[in-house]
Design a protein around this ligand. Structure first.
Ligand code: OOG
Ligand code: NI
Length: 465
């Protein structure tokens, strides 16, 4: 097949994200409620701020503003992870970043599969935060062996899905019919199974080792555990959730409310207790419950440089030394106050954030200055900014935050005391299991910034040079 007849990977991703959304809204009605609330708050926010509306009109697709931005899954084996890498590649999604969650008491490490280039992000920014279970962090060797055997015996992809991935790899893409079949076959992998593949006593043992182990090992597939639309006012949605009959987690993860948003703020409603059945050894089914699926919202700000990120991490740490948010919300107010106070040390205007090298910016030349700056100015981005010939806008952070991710995990694993593991980041091992290296997000943002500077200098360079 000629490449011109392939469906673009961006289109396949958009159709996958829409299919996931519709499946999840049917399976988890509270998620549908959250989606409506987000859409309502977004349209109110836009109506109240024509400037924001204009700005978004230029950079985003306004009519899709409330659509899903990410989802998350957890897999059990290196084989599952590396096959997922191949599946996501068909949809133009590549692994960016390495997140070690063991430090935060969750026995997984993760990456995010996402579109990388600007155009692809604009067409559809859907990402999947993907975690690999680390059974070797579990002390009980007997249970570990059992879990490995169960995971090793399951096949989370349909035969057709595998065939189509192989076809896409061999031919360089999928035609329209194949693309459509691919999306519906892949959807099967993320579907909920209300029949567990383990007995009730074994589920209990896995659950006692860690709730997450039970979630990954006990089912036929890695059900999507949440989807996350974008909100333009996360504080408003957090406050409104209870009125709509959904119970939000105690506090919003990430930085406090700011004039200049940084990184990522996210919150979720608590995972639902869902009815499942376990097969007894005599073949009969026994009813029980499992808690895994929830809904989340996100609001993104500027991508920070390593220096900015170090400041963010330090301030978050300092806050947590004063007060740790309790899962039941009892100290939420005090936590928010402490967080806002501590973050006063993080500059809150774009000029200072830029001057201090804390964030990444996209520079653009003001066309009417072309040919009207001196050779000396044209070689120096700072001089061009001072002259008003170049403007700068924040580059949006498209990735995730391990402490926030752990907070999201934790709030959905129940309120019981969290477990501790020895922090053991192992990016090498993760990449070996994945079958490739993950993209370094800092290098990526720095590259985007640098390219925008080069382009400005090029445009504004006097003709004689
Ligand atoms: C993933 C939690 C992480 C986020 O937005 O930080 C995440 C999970 O619970 O599997 O999705
Ligand atoms: Ni999430």
């Amino acid at each position: 097949m000629k490449s011109g007849t392939f469906t673009s990977s961006d289109v396949i991703r958009a159709s996958f994200s829409a299919a996931m959304s519709s499946m999840y809204r049917t399976e988890v009605p509270a998620y549908g409620t959250l989606m409506s609330l987000v859409a309502e708050v977004n349209s109110k926010t836009l109506a109240a701020s024509p400037e924001l509306k204009d700005q978004l009109q230029e950079t985003d697709t306004l009519d899709r503003i409330s659509e899903e931005r990410h989802g998350a899954i957890r897999v059990g084996t290196p084989e599952e992870l590396s096959m997922l890498r191949r599946v996501f590649a068909v949809m133009g999604m590549y692994p960016v970043g390495y997140y070690d969650l063991s430090e935060a008491g969750v026995p997984v490490h993760s990456t995010a599969f996402r579109p990388v280039n600007g155009d692809a992000l604009k067409i559809n920014p859907f990402r999947v935060f993907t975690s690999l279970l680390r059974l070797n962090l579990i002390g009980d060797t007997g249970l570990r062996k059992k879990a490995r055997a169960i995971l090793g015996a399951r096949q989370i992809f349909t035969d057709k899905a595998i065939t189509l991935v192989e076809k896409a790899e061999a031919e360089g893409g999928l035609g329209a019919d194949d693309a459509q079949t691919f999306v519906s076959e892949i959807l099967e992998t993320f579907r909920w199974h209300d029949r567990a593949s383990v007995s009730s006593p074994l589920y209990q043992r896995l659950h006692d080792a860690h709730r997450l182990i039970a979630d990954v090992v006990s089912f036929k597939g890695p059900h999507i555990n949440h989807l996350t639309p974008r909100t333009l006012d996360i504080d408003a949605v957090q406050d409104l959730m209870p009125e709509h009959g959904i119970s939000p987690k105690a506090v919003i993860e990430g930085p406090p409310t700011r004039a200049c948003p940084i990184l990522l703020r996210q919150t979720s409603f608590k995972a639902l207790e869902e009815s499942v059945s376990f097969q007894n050894s005599d073949g009969t089914w026994e009813t029980g419950s499992h808690t895994a699926r929830f809904g989340e919202i996100e609001q993104r700000g500027i991508a920070l440089t390593p220096k900015g990120r170090a400041l963010y991490d330090r301030l978050l740490n300092d806050t947590r030394k004063i007060i740790r948010p309790a899962a039941d919300g009892s100290n939420a107010k005090a936590y928010i106050t402490a967080l806002s106070d501590t973050f006063k040390a993080f500059p809150d205007n774009w000029a200072d954030i830029r001057r201090e090298g804390l964030g990444y910016f996209r520079y653009s030349a003001i066309e009417r200055f072309a040919g009207r700056v001196t050779a000396r100015e044209a070689a120096d981005i700072e001089a061009l900014i001072a002259r008003g010939a170049v403007r700068f806008d924040p580059i949006v952070y498209e990735d995730f935050l391990p402490v926030s991710a752990a907070g999201i995990f934790q709030s959905n694993l129940g309120d019981e005391a969290s477990q501790t593991f020895v922090a053991s980041p192992s990016q090498r091992e993760f990449e070996t299991d994945l079958g490739t290296a993950v993209l370094d997000e800092f290098a990526h943002y720095a590259g985007l910034e640098q390219a925008s500077i080069q382009q400005c200098l090029q445009i504004l360079r006097p003709a004689a040079l």
